[in-house]
Design a protein around this ligand. Structure first.
Ligand SMILES: [Zn+2]
Length: 291
């Protein structure tokens, strides 16, 4: 699988691997859904590849097995929190020779959830693993990683994806939706958040103008989380913008801008009650004017 975006990170690791200077422990930090874990998995494959491929399709025996996510020398730890038993097990295994490839890789997700005991159990391993072992710790909360762990790893701060990349990745995953460009815009560089918004949209329904005021009121009133409001307003925004393009009616453009504005306001602590009421009143205004 090819990795979209993240050119900076690709350059860093390509140089490191070519010059054979891979450090033993890295932290990949950055926004949820920006592709850190996927990058780490593909990088792990490049690390054990027999053909020195780098983040590209390769048919060597290790890459084939790793692509199926089952390579015995790539260990993915996803339990949260990371407990002492897991840390002990990693520490014990990390000193053993790789089973099949020349090196082995541990990818530990949610690295900010190490309990103190678990962290203590793995510190020495992180500091001085055997030379054929590499660690990638993944987190969206770098500040919460225990300082003792932080100080033993090199932090690579992942940039967020741009919205066209989010869109491309989702399309690649088979997501088909007319609203994809708008949702990708709203997802601030996070593929998983975009997926989350799409799910919310399916749950709450999408804006449709063919509803009575009462139906509209209850629909808006049921938006009980910021995510539902975000998903609903995004679908409304798409509808209004499309309408504006077809009709050239400035009121619709104003309303689209208002929706963008309130989507921005959602970032802050706002009263959702006030929010819903405001949205309902403005929507009724526009729809009544148009009918
Ligand atoms: Zn390969």
């Amino acid at each position: 699988m090819s990795i979209l975006g993240h050119e900076k990170e690709k350059n860093i690791f390509q140089t490191i691997l070519r010059s054979n200077r891979l450090h033993h422990a890295y932290i990949f930090s950055g926004r949820t859904g920006s592709g850190k874990k996927l990058f780490a998995r593909e990088l792990a494959r490049s690390i054990i590849c027999e053909e020195d491929s780098f983040l590209e399709t390769c048919m060597c025996k290790h890459c084939i097995v790793a692509t199926g996510s089952q390579h015995p020398d790539i260990h993915l730890v996803e339990e949260t929190p990371v407990k002492i038993e897991v840390a002990r097990q990693i520490s014990a295994e990390a000193y053993l020779s790789p089973l099949s490839a020349k090196r082995k890789v541990y990818i530990i997700d949610n690295a900010h959830t190490f309990t103190k005991e678990a962290a203590n159990a793995i510190l020495k391993t992180l500091e001085e693993p055997s030379s054929d072992t590499h660690f990638f710790l993944i987190t969206d909360r770098y500040e919460q990683i225990l300082p003792t762990i932080r100080s033993r790893c090199i932090n690579i701060r992942f940039s967020s994806l741009i919205s066209s990349e989010v869109q491309e990745i989702l399309t690649g995953l088979g997501v088909e939706d007319d609203l994809l460009p708008i949702i990708a815009d709203q997802a601030s560089g996070s593929v998983s958040y975009a997926q989350f918004l799409l799910d919310n949209m399916d749950e709450t329904g999408r804006f449709s103008p063919d509803k009575s005021k009462l139906e509209l009121y209850s629909e808006i009133n049921n938006l009980d989380t910021k995510e539902k409001i975000r998903a609903y307003c995004s679908s409304m925004y798409a509808y209004m913008l499309e309408k504006y393009k077809n009709s050239g009616d400035e009121t619709l453009l104003d309303f689209s801008n208002y929706l963008l504005e309130i989507l921005k306001r959602l970032e802050y602590n706002v009263s959702l009650d006030m929010f819903r009421l405001d949205l309902y009143i403005k929507t009724i205004e526009v729809l009544c004017e148009k009918s």
